[in-house]
Design a protein around this ligand. Structure first.
Ligand SMILES: Nc1ncnc2c1ncn2[C@@H]1O[C@H](COP(=O)(O)OP(=O)(O)OP(=O)(O)O)[C@@H](O)[C@H]1O
Ligand SMILES: [Mg+2]
Length: 267
């Protein structure tokens, strides 16, 4: 492995976040340290409200930390981070644009130089990749929740970002479709050697995809455990959950996660 591959792509050093609103302060994240390597796939799991989306917002440069430093390629992230594609938890499709036009918007915003024909070809390729052929001209209100998620995914992938931030991207999909999407995501991120930070509530999904799984404690978020997933790649996303290695890892992490979910709801 070349030396450069060992330098962290993303680093959070002593990063904490407290939100100050009109009448109170919410400590979302206690100071944490986390380094994510180039081409690494890291999954973040933890109870609701433990700061997972906040971490993605910090890496994307949409938020600034209350303490510590978030770095990307060795530089502090002080403004919008244009190296990342961010699929946010809530989709932000424009209701007045069709599925295809929503996907195309990334090319319009990011690199206006893409000629129309090339943009159209890339949109068609993305529509095909996320399995939305036939729905190009549908408006968001005419799509199911899962379809909207797939439009948002296509919009994030179309400009080929080197790093993907994904916040529960497949939560709304049915089990079979979710597996298909996981398979495609694995293939795509391997092919393009992307760095991925993937937030999910689904521990099985995290283990299936990730090189490392980070379990967070209940709010205020702290890192409780980091586990490497040493399952060989490429992984058979349809069957890996039936293997012994998978279930051992799942069981170990499940216990830790359950502890925190219980603490998180113990108000
Ligand atoms: N802009 C904000 N202003 C005030 N408080 C916020 C803001 N964003 C997040 N918080 C608070 O910070 C905490 C962490 O929120 P965050 O959205 O990061 O959690 P999460 O782990 O993504 O949860 P979920 O799994 O439910 O999506 C929560 O208590 C939330 O209310
Ligand atoms: Mg969230």
């Amino acid at each position: 492995m070349p030396r450069g591959d060992l330098a962290p792509k993303i680093s959070l050093a002593g990063v904490g976040k407290t939100f100050v609103t009109r009448d109170r302060e919410v400590e979302a994240l206690q100071p944490i340290d986390l380094a994510i390597l180039d081409h690494e796939f890291v999954a973040l799991v933890g109870p609701s409200g433990c700061g997972k989306s906040t971490i993605l917002n910090l890496i994307a440069g949409l938020l600034q930390p209350s303490g510590g430093v978030v770095s990307y390629d060795g530089m502090a992230v002080s403004e919008l981070n244009r190296q990342v594609g961010y699929m946010t938890q809530k989709d932000t499709l424009l209701p007045w644009r069709t599925a295809a036009d929503n996907i195309r918007i990334a090319l319009e915003l990011k690199c206006r130089a893409v000629p129309r024909a090339e943009a159209a070809a890339r949109v068609a390729q993305m529509i095909d990749l996320v399995g939305l052929t036939g729905f190009e001209r549908h408006y968001p209100a005419e799509l199911s929740g899962g379809m909207r998620k797939r439009v948002a995914l296509a919009r994030t992938l179309i400009y080929e970002p080197e790093t993907l931030l994904m916040d529960e991207p497949f939560g709304a999909l049915d089990a079979q479709l979710k597996l298909l999407m996981l398979d495609q995501l694995q293939e795509l991120t391997r092919q393009r050697r992307m760095t991925v930070v993937f937030v999910t509530h689904d521990l099985g999904e995290a283990i299936t995809l990730a090189d490392r799984v980070v379990v967070f404690s209940a709010r205020p978020g702290r890192i409780r455990t980091v586990r490497s997933v040493d399952l060989p790649r490429p992984r058979d996303v349809f069957r890996i959950r039936f293997t012994e290695d998978f279930s051992h890892l799942h069981e170990a992490l499940w216990d830790e996660l359950q502890d925190e979910v219980a603490r998180g709801t113990d108000v």
